[in-house]
Design a protein around this ligand. Structure first.
Ligand code: ZN
Length: 658
């Protein structure tokens, strides 16, 4: 247990706690032992990572950067009573927007509601602008007015990403990826420029803002000399500093290509970079830096800027190497229609890494596993690279012991002991299987549009990867491969998965609201579907003990068969591009919440002091120099607090607000 301050191992320490958020610390085991050239490589890449922070803020909402400058300015210049009710509410709000990289919750994408009064805010704002003339000159008066409206008019730019069926998803989403265009105009525009016969299509719209100019729909690319140029120039500058420390010829070439992409905005160049990056599997140090995941766009096209710098965890990587080497074995036995299997699984490269820095869309909230690139044809032709971020999962695990969760929600002592013993390893294996086999498995039938599942594409893709992982976690082959030492160990992950999907993940949803986020929908879809389809054999049930609901699993073996059955159906939907069937599954199982059970989960949670969402502060890297100014070492420290880190980033890594 590490959630008390232990200076020797701060992994999992709670750095801050506010609203529905807990901020933890992660450590970077193995960094100190790296040779200097690798430390320098990592250092310049972390600088390139931090340089892009403002891009994501602006992508997340047009007035976010104005909001941040005003809010940080008020907070840092405040001289009044820090116990004042308005100030305290304001402090929470500031922490929330720092966590959301803007005015919206990182997960629900709903706008944060300020609990301080407009009058208090206006007064503080006036004082700030009188005091900080440079800021007053820099900010556009119209943007200040709109920012105030953003804060105090609940209906104005209310949701960052709206996924509600039947509405204009572009006009009703407050993100800054589109402006002055309707969903239909955007769809028509891309339908016009896409060539359906192109077998190697670029990722249309990945790095652009779509606007209307002189009545015509057009794209503004993010690039040097284009949108976000000052931040992109700084990214490029640091990538160039990192370049000489590349570990392989191919890595060197891929970084050169990435720089070229940032200079030109050309998506073919990005694909070339992605291919080189995918094929370059040998270096210890690796990174992503770019417009990657498209969850922030209701149409799933524009990439949110992010960066993660990492290096290989050699010991834990043996686990994923074993899994990847068996990729074809798993694919050939997958419980799906043989027509949908890949005859030849290409280059599934998987490793376990330690993150050295999290940035952009991966900070402070971060994924625990990543599988890239996203372009379907590149994955088919060149494979993909998959990672599990072990120092992050370790920090979660360190923080979770002794918080009372299992005592409250897990049905009995033997199940709790099972979780204590096997959840960490099976959870990691689940992530490994999800990332290195799940997403890479299966194939589309010829002529099927990869975007055929439209707004449900992300949910169904995550469902597919999770089911693949769940199905194989229980396979005796896992024990034969030496990955688990007990054929029943998978029960731990199955129990937690069902508990989370049916009940405990609901703590992240506000009363009366639907489940919206793709991963949450996927877990609910799977759990609800197997609950219903296992009913006649009583495979899983919700039981009542002393007025509380518990998940009870009666037959783990049959549960596995159900996961396999659903996998076959989801793979069919994906392979055939059967939008109707996919939409039906999502609507039926993944969206609507039972209000009674929801209330019970929230009530039981409120008795524990566990935050529904967690994120991280980064370590601090400091160059050590000799008398001649040569860098002789890079020191890593784990002392920085949450808001001070945000302020340091705003002071030193904010090219778009200067
Ligand atoms: Zn996934």
């Amino acid at each position: 247990m590490a959630n008390t301050m232990d200076p020797n191992n701060p992994s999992g320490d709670i750095v801050d706690r506010f609203a529905d958020i807990e901020v933890l610390r992660y450590t970077v085991p193995g960094f100190e032992e790296l040779p200097l050239n690798k430390k320098l490589f990592i250092y310049y890449l972390t600088e390139a990572a931090l340089a892009g922070r403002d891009i994501l803020w602006d992508q997340n909402g047009k007035y976010n950067l104005t909001l941040r400058q005003i809010a940080e300015g008020i907070y840092r210049n405040y001289t009044g009573d820090r116990n004042d009710k308005n100030f305290k509410a304001f402090e929470t709000y500031l922490k929330q927007i720092e966590f959301g990289n803007g005015a919206y919750h990182h997960y629900s994408t709903d706008k944060f509601t300020p609990e301080f009064t407009q009058q208090w805010f206006e007064n503080e704002l006036r004082q700030l602008l009188n005091k900080d003339k440079a800021l007053a000159d820099r900010l556009n008066p119209e943007a200040i007015r709109m920012t105030e409206r953003l804060l105090f008019d609940p209906s104005f730019m209310a949701k960052r990403v709206n996924q509600a069926e039947g509405e204009d998803l572009i006009l009703t989403s407050a993100n800054n990826l589109y402006e002055g265009v309707s969903q239909k105009e955007v769809e028509d525009y891309f339908a016009r420029i896409k060539n359906p016969k192109d077998e190697t299509p670029v990722s249309y719209g990945l790095n652009t803002k779509v606007i209307k100019q002189n009545g015509k729909v057009t794209e503004l690319p993010y690039k040097v000399g284009g949108l976000y140029s000052p931040a992109i120039e700084r990214i490029v500058e640091n990538l160039e500093k990192a370049l000489p420390y590349s570990e392989t010829e191919l890595q060197h070439k891929s970084i050169v290509e990435l720089i070229k992409f940032y200079r030109t905005g050309d998506l073919r160049t990005f694909d070339n970079y992605s291919i080189m990056w995918t094929e370059d599997t040998t270096p210890t140090v690796d990174f992503i830096n770019g417009f990657i995941e498209s969850y922030g766009d209701p149409l799933g096209m524009t990439g949110s800027w992010e960066s993660i710098v990492n290096f290989k965890n050699e010991k834990a990587s043996r686990r994923t190497e074993i899994i990847s080497n068996e990729a074809q074995w798993f694919e050939d036995r997958s419980p799906v229609d043989p027509r949908f299997r890949k005859p030849e699984v290409k280059g599934v490269s998987a490793k376990v890494i330690n993150a050295a820095i999290l940035a952009g869309d991966s900070y402070p909230s971060t994924p625990i596993g990543i599988n890239l690139p996203n372009a379907n044809w590149i994955r088919a032709a060149h494979g993909s690279k998959s990672v599990t971020i072990e120092n992050i999962t370790q920090a979660y695990d360190d923080a979770s012991h002794g918080n009372g969760f299992n005592e409250e929600f897990v049905i009995d002592k033997p199940t709790r002991e099972l979780l204590d013993k096997y959840l960490f390893i099976t959870d990691n294996l689940h992530t490994d299987l999800h990332e290195c086999l799940g997403h890479g498995s299966g194939r589309l039938l010829p002529g099927v549009d990869p975007d055929a599942l439209k707004a449900h594409g992300s949910t169904l893709e995550e469902t597919r990867a999770d089911l693949f992982a769940l199905y194989y976690l229980a396979d005796p082959h896992m024990v034969e491969l030496g990955l688990l030492d007990n054929p029943d160990a998978y029960n731990a992950e199955y129990y937690k998965y069902m508990l989370n999907g049916l009940m405990t993940q609901l703590m992240r949803i506000e009363p009366g609201k639907d489940v919206e986020e793709a991963h949450m929908r996927n877990r609910k879809l799977i759990a609800e579907w197997v609950l219903e389809h296992g009913k006649k054999d009583n495979v899983v049930e919700l039981v009542n003990k002393n007025g509380k609901t518990y998940v009870k699993i009666n037959d783990y073996k049959q549960l596995r068969e159900l996961f396999g059955e659903l996998l076959a159906e989801i793979q069919r939907i994906k392979s055939e591009g059967d939008y109707e069937a996919g939409a039906r599954l999502v609507e039926q199982y993944a969206v609507k919440v039972d209000p009674r059970l929801h209330k019970e989960v929230l009530d039981r949670y409120s008795t524990l002091s566990i935050a529904p969402y967690k994120g991280f502060v980064n370590p601090v890297y400091t160059p050590v120099t000799d008398n001649n100014g040569n860098i002789t070492d890079i020191k890593v420290t784990y002392e920085e607090e949450y808001l001070p880190q945000m302020f340091r980033y705003s002071d030193n890594y904010s090219p778009l607000t200067r």
